[in-house]
Ligand binder design. Structure first.
Ligand code: APR
Length: 280
């Protein structure tokens, strides 16, 4: 006997929202082959530390480690950061939502935007790969394509100081260009979030009636705490259960893949969802 049609309880909840906010993590990109960080098949479990001169996986995105030895990050970027532009079913679903108020994403893959969500509705809480900043003179550039080498700032330095008595040693030492490290504008551990994040949270505080947290372990502060900043029902959609951060509780928990939670009604829904806990 065909299994009874099972309706997807998340979609009616989302459709009844007049202003939905999403808080997103790496889990929403795993279905298109981009590993998340902490799952057993995630980046941190597979990273060959010695290949990139790392002592621990988190060093890859640690600001102090980056400044001391940037080479590992740029080698890893060449090996791993394929700038994919086609998002998952979930990314594309977000771009269809008329009641989408805002997306706060931890992801740097830019797939929310390339899948059609207007940039005005996206807050990149951990920055994005689009631009890079010189760590010496603060000049900003579009991020150069990754070559495996450490990209250096090409800004010409002030005119060379050369006089009749300038020694050849001094002349040689003077650099023609800044040569500061060009670091992509992604937020490393040890760096503050960009100010746009707190400013937008302030504007959005009372503007939502549904917050859906998708594809994140909520392990990294301050992002993990922002779900408490907003009004509205709090819903978790994640492959693994994640406790509610701080005071309060989830109104609903859907243990499933992000691409499944957007499935219309149908038996698929029952087969994939490990548990639906409808809260208050
Ligand atoms: N659908 C739903 N959930 C998924 C899926 C999927 N297809 N794939 C994985 N997940 C879940 C995992 O169960 C896990 O709980 O997504 C979560 C991903 O957690 P992390 O790997 O910790 O990724 P994230 O929470 O985004 O990491 C946050 O950590 O290293 C830093 O800066 C990095 O932004 C990153 C931050």
């Amino acid at each position: 006997m065909a299994s009874a049609e099972v309706s997807n309880p998340y979609l009616p909840l989302l459709r009844s929202s007049s202003s939905a906010i999403f808080l997103l993590g790496a889990g929403i990109s795993t279905s298109i082959g981009i590993p998340d960080f902490r799952s057993k098949d995630g980046l941190y479990a597979s990273l060959k530390l010695e290949e990139y001169g790392l002592n621990a996986p988190e060093d890859l995105f640690d600001y102090e480690h980056f400044c001391a030895s940037p080479a590992g990050f740029f080698k890893w970027s060449l090996d791993s950061l394929t700038l994919q532009t086609t998002g998952s079913k979930f990314h594309r679903f977000l771009s269809t939502l008329k009641n989408l108020h805002r997306i706060y994403t931890q992801n740097i893959d830019g797939l929310e935007s390339s899948s059609g969500v207007p940039d005005s509705k996206i807050v990149h809480c951990h920055g994005s790969l689009q631009n890079s900043t010189c760590q010496t003179c603060n000049h900003k550039y579009p991020t150069p394509s990754f070559t495996g080498k450490v990209p250096l700032c090409p800004v010409p330095t002030s005119p060379l100081v050369v006089g009749p008595r300038t020694s050849s040693r001094v002349k040689k030492k003077q650099k023609l260009t800044c040569e500061g490290i060009l670091k992509p504008d992604i937020t490393f551990f040890g760096e503050p979030l960009q100010s746009v994040v707190s400013k937008t949270i302030g504007k959005d505080r009372l503007k939502s009636d549904l917050i859906t947290v998708v594809g994140t372990s909520l392990k990294v502060e301050p992002f993990s705490k922002i779900v408490n900043c907003f009004e509205g029902k709090k819903v978790l959609v994640n492959r693994d259960y994640v406790g509610f951060p701080g005071e309060g509780r989830w109104d609903c928990v859907f243990l499933c893949d992000s691409d499944e939670v957007v499935e219309e009604e149908g038996t698929t829904w029952r087969e994939v969802v490990k548990g639906v806990f409808l809260g208050r």
